[in-house]
Structure formats: structure tokens, C-alpha cells
Design a protein around this ligand. Structure first.
Ligand code: AMP
Ligand code: TRP
Length: 344
């Protein structure tokens, strides 16, 4: 059966947004607006899988919302909202936690990384988080999901959950008139030169909100001087840049900076190396500073302007949540029938 095409993705309101979020996810969100109906979610229910200060969470939620808008997502044409305002996410997540198998969740590498050595002390939510992520996507029966490389495994799990739900409830799905499958198998969209942006201090580690060193990442709200300083201090190796992509193979820091340049400029790594092959890092970094400041500067400024008006941001979230709820309620109504819950 053909499903109506729809895009869904989410970003957690934890810490500050960085270049990895921007290049790996948010630029894709912006580009998809022209060809799809899109639903973009600030996933506050996901955020609390690790402790969040209740005095800080609202600021972080509004900042992600501001970033969506400042980067060019149009909240009138598409839906921007925060997860906790649409209760259906949590409801479908419960049903999915009864569909997903413990063995599947045990394979999730992000849980292993985040829980670390003290696994017994991690929250149950951190462990079952991928079932909530599947619910986020499938409560809108979304077909396409733009994410960075680190979310690939979670997307595969979402597909497995959708498939198992369709199989387990196949007879009921059919008898309720939904054909062979109720949920689409959502497709990950992971493309381009910056699906995994690495730390500026260590080319083998992912750029992340939780890295203790602020020099490891470029935040979307960094000003021009800070961006310049962070790029100038970024770790490199002593060789000049290679002329071909193959020459980046054993050089993670060089590969990362070239990928960042390519993604910011909207070109391929090969094009970057055609221009900078043989150049020293000092020359290349100067060009990267100019490009990064030109692209990110205006976004940071706009974010700072938008967050000064929390009432306007909350209005965007409120309106988006109402539209999201209407879609999610339809899915949940069907799911309750399919699963066999009595309604009276
Ligand atoms: P998070 O901050 O974990 O909620 O991530 C939001 C989105 O940004 C997800 O689609 C991630 O895959 C993406 N993302 C996070 N960090 C990076 C990174 N270092 N490189 C590329 N994409 C990333
Ligand atoms: N788990 C994602 C992250 O940490 C955020 C997320 C939650 C998400 N729900 C989603 C992404 C649904 C895509 C689709 O980055």
C-alpha cells in the first residue's frame, strides 16, 4: 500500500545546538520543506531520559524552536512543536514497548555509550528511548526521516517495530480496512558530506553537546570571533591538504574540516580539494572561518533575537502542537481499534 509521504524529525533540547546538529540535521529539514509536508519536533520527553534542570529545560526548548525558525523552517507551512504537548507520543511508545523485543534494545550502541559503566543506574527511559523515537515518527505515519549518522541504528529499530506491528496485528489491520500494513517503514535520509561532524579537538570523536570542552564544537549562537578562534585552534596534522578525497583516508581531522567546508558551501569534498589541494591548513582555515561566519553569523543573530520573545515562540509551539495533535489523534484512534481496546 502507498502511504502519503511525510517527513518527521526531532532534536533534543539539551545543551546548546552545534554545527553537527546544523549540518547533519537542520539544513536537511530546511531543504525538505519544498517537496514534503514536514513535522519537526523539539523532543523534550527524550531530553529527560537524563536529568534536566526544570529551571533550564524551557529555555533549551525555546532555543531549539528559535533555531528551527532562524535556519528557515516556516512554521506556517509546516509543523514545529514540542513533544510533551502531544500525549499520543507517549501512548504509542507504550504499545511499541510491547512490540519491540529486549534483544533489539540490547543492541543499541547509543545506550551503551550514554549509560557507560554505570548501566544499573541509567534510567529505564534511556534504555527504552528508541521505542519513543519510533512512536514519534509513526504516530504521524511519517515516511522519511532526516537525521545524522548517529541515529541510523535507531531508525532501523523503528522500521523493525513498524514491521512487527504490521505482522503481529495483520489480521486486525486488514479487518479494520487498512489493507496489508498500517505503518509505513520509515526511510532514513542520511546524505551529504557532513552526516557525522567530528569534534574540533579530536577527529575520532563525534561533535556533541555534552563534550566538556567548548572548543570541541561550534555553537549556533557563537559570535564571529568565537567561531574564528575555534576554527584556528582546531586540531590538524602537519601535512598540506591532499588533492583527492582518497588522501583524507587516515587523516580524521583533515577529513572533518574538509567535510564541514563542503557542507557549508553546498559542494562535494572533491570540489573543496580541487580548490585547496596542496594548501597549508593556515590558508584553508582562513577560508573556512570566512565561510562559517558568513553562514552561521546571521543564524546566531536571528536566534538571539527570537529567544528574546518567549511569548511568540510559545505561540509557534502551541499552534504546532494543536496541528500535530490532530494528526496523532487519528493514528491513535486507529491503533486502539487495531490492538483491540474497548471504547465505550
Ligand atoms: P540531538 O542533539 O542528539 O538531538 O541530535 C539532533 C540531530 O542532529 C540528529 O538528527 C542527530 O543525528 C544530528 N547530530 C547530532 N550530532 C551530530 C554530529 N556530530 N554530526 C552530524 N549530525 C549530528
Ligand atoms: N533521538 C534523536 C537524537 O538524539 C532525536 C529524536 C527523537 C528523533 N525522536 C526522533 C530524530 C524521531 C528523528 C526522528 O538525535
Amino acid at each position: 500500500m502507498a502511504f502519503q509521504e511525510r517527513v518527521f524529525s526531532g532534536v533534543q533540547p539539551t545543551g546548546s545546538l552545534h554545527l553537527g546538529n546544523y549540518l547533519g540535521a537542520i539544513t536537511k529539514f530546511v531543504a525538505l520543506q519544498d517537496n514534503y509536508d514536514c513535522v519537526y519536533c523539539v523532543v523534550d520527553l527524550h531530553a529527560i531520559t537524563v536529568w534536566q534542570d526544570p529551571a533550564e529545560l524551557p529555555r533549551a526548548t525555546r532555543e531549539v524552536t528559535a533555531a528551527f525558525v532562524a535556519c528557515g523552517i516556516d512554521p506556517r507551512k509546516h509543523i514545529i512543536f514540542n513533544q510533551s504537548q502531544v500525549a499520543e507520543h507517549a501512548e504509542l511508545a507504550w504499545i511499541f514497548s510491547c512490540v519491540a523485543r529486549i534483544g533489539w534494545l540490547n543492541r543499541m550502541t547509543q545506550f551503551k555509550e550514554k549509560a557507560g559503566k554505570d548501566r544499573e543506574n541509567a534510567s529505564v527511559g534511556l534504555y527504552s528511548y528508541p521505542t519513543l523515537m519510533a512512536a514519534d515518527i509513526l504516530v504521524y505515519r511519517a515516511t522519511h526521516v532526516p537525521v545524522g549518522e548517529d541515529q541510523k541504528q535507531h531508525l532501523e529499530l523503528s522500521r523493525d517495530i513498524a514491521q512487527k506491528f504490521n505482522n503481529d496485528f495483520g489480521g486486525s489491520i486488514h479487518s479494520h480496512g487498512y489493507g496489508d500494513a498500517f505503518f509505513p517503514l520509515p526511510e532514513p535520509l542520511i546524505q551529504g558530506p557532513a552526516t557525522r561532524v567530528m569534534s574540533l579537538r579530536d577527529g575520532t570523536k563525534k561533535m556533541s553537546k555534552s563534550d566538556p570542552s567548548d572548543y570541541s564544537r561550534i555553537n549556533l549562537t557563537d559570535d564571529a570571533d568565537t567561531i574564528a578562534q575555534k576554527i584556528r585552534k582546531a586540531k590538524t596534522d602537519p601535512e598540506p591538504l591532499p588533492s583527492e578525497e582518497a588522501g583524507l583516508a587516515q587523516r580524521p581531522e583533515a577529513d572533518n574540516l574538509v567535510g564541514i567546508f563542503a557542507a557549508l558551501a553546498g559542494i562535494g569534498k572533491t570540489d573543496v580539494l580541487r580548490q585547496f589541494g596542496g594548501a597549508q591548513f593556515s590558508t584553508f582555515k582562513a577560508a573556512l572561518v570566512d565561510l562559517a561566519v558568513a553562514k552561521l553569523g546571521p543564524i546566531g543573530e536571528e536566534m538571539k533575537r527570537l529567544v528574546q520573545d518567549p511569548v511568540a515562540i510559545d505561540a509557534i509551539l502551541g499552534e504546532g502542537s494543536a496541528r500535530a495533535r490532530a494528526l496523532a489523534a487519528q493514528t491513535m484512534s486507529a491503533v486502539r481499534d487495531i490492538v483491540g481496546f474497548v471504547r465505550s
